[in-house]
Design a protein around this ligand. Structure first.
Ligand SMILES: NC(=O)c1ccc[n+]([C@@H]2O[C@H](COP(=O)([O-])OP(=O)(O)OC[C@H]3O[C@@H](n4cnc5c(N)ncnc54)[C@H](OP(=O)(O)O)[C@@H]3O)[C@@H](O)[C@H]2O)c1
Length: 285
């Protein structure tokens, strides 16, 4: 990783699935870092890291965290773009690395409400000007499978919609590694390319990979579209639940690709789903 003899990097959402690995990689590279959460709790960050309470929707809270930082890793939030950009400019932040989504540049996802919401955020950052914004664009996060652990515990089997839909889920550590490349290196178009795992795999095979890692059989129950809509709507607004089903319908129709961006940016292959499952055994026990 390139050395930063310059200002520290602020990692917002540093307890998030991706954010925590952004923080860890920067620390492993001996780079100057700060971490933030909306409500940081003692003991939830590595020793020695300077921690801030910062909420994207509250520009006043951003000021102390941004002051003196050279670059910021942050999550997408609809309402906050103007305040974030203004505060970043006033504080002298040079680069915002925004966790966005590959769906924004994947033609097959155009029109999906989740895609369009994230596109509006990217567009708002681009229109705000004055500070360089670098989007990071994973298409399907492997951590989506963490929701299966809850369903398995709750029902003893895994109710799945479109079990044969093929996607190429990406390990959160690879997303974080590409984000770190964008935070610490020269910004090239490749860092904002479509990010996927190395192989397309059906949901059914992903469950089997988790079962192998855990050493347990995980029985599937195929869900109808109506039943899946009802299930997803328990955890998210029904508009978003419908949007997720549309992503799965597209994947079942063969429209969820794999890409080589991780290799292009990092010079090594993306981490496969078997390794993701092995890394998350404790989440499924
Ligand atoms: N699911 C997919 O397949 C997929 C595909 C492409 C892109 N994405 C994007 O990936 C992201 C999810 O990544 P993840 O799994 O790492 O998320 P996560 O584990 O749920 O963490 C989200 C983080 O966002 C921070 N956050 C939320 N609202 C905030 C605010 N107002 N101000 C400051 N920080 C805030 C939270 O920080 P606190 O500690 O303060 O709570 C939290 O650490 C989403 O933005 C999603 O759109 C997902």
């Amino acid at each position: 990783m390139a050395s930063l003899d310059r200002k520290p990097t602020l990692v917002m959402g540093a307890r998030g699935n991706v954010g925590r690995f952004v923080l860890r990689r920067l620390l492993d590279g001996d780079l100057p870092v700060r971490a933030s959460a909306r409500r940081p709790e003692p003991g939830s960050f590595p020793d020695g890291v300077e921690v801030f309470a910062a909420d994207l929707t509250d520009p006043e809270s951003l000021r102390p965290a941004f002051e003196g930082a050279g670059q910021v890793f942050l999550y997408s939030d609809r309402e906050s773009v103007g305040g974030v950009v203004q505060t970043a400019c006033a504080a002298g932040v040079e680069r915002l690395v925004l966790l966005s989504s590959g769906s924004v540049i994947h033609p097959g996802s155009a029109g999906n409400p989740i895609t369009e919401r994230l596109r509006r955020i990217e567009d708002a950052y681009a229109a705000a000007g004055d500070v360089r914004v670098v989007p990071i664009r994973p298409l399907v996060l492997a951590t989506n499978a963490l929701s299966w652990a809850y369903l398995l515990r709750a029902t003893g089997s895994l109710p799945l919609y479109q079990p044969d839909a093929l996607t190429a889920p990406i390990h959160e550590q690879d997303v974080a590694a590409v984000a770190c490349a964008a935070l610490t290196g020269a910004v090239t178009p490749a860092v904002s390319g479509l990010l996927t795992g190395p192989d397309r795999m059906s949901q059914r095979d992903q469950v089997a990979a988790i079962g192998r890692a855990v050493g347990a059989h995980m029985p599937l129950k195929e869900l109808s579209r109506d039943a899946a809509l009802e299930q997803f709507s328990q955890f998210m607004p029904s508009e978003d639940a419908e949007a997720v089903l549309r992503f799965l319908d597209d994947a079942a129709a063969g429209n969820s690709p794999r890409a080589c961006t991780v290799r292009d940016v990092l010079g090594r292959p993306a981490i496969g789903f078997d390794r993701w499952a092995a890394d998350h055994v404790d989440d499924f026990r």
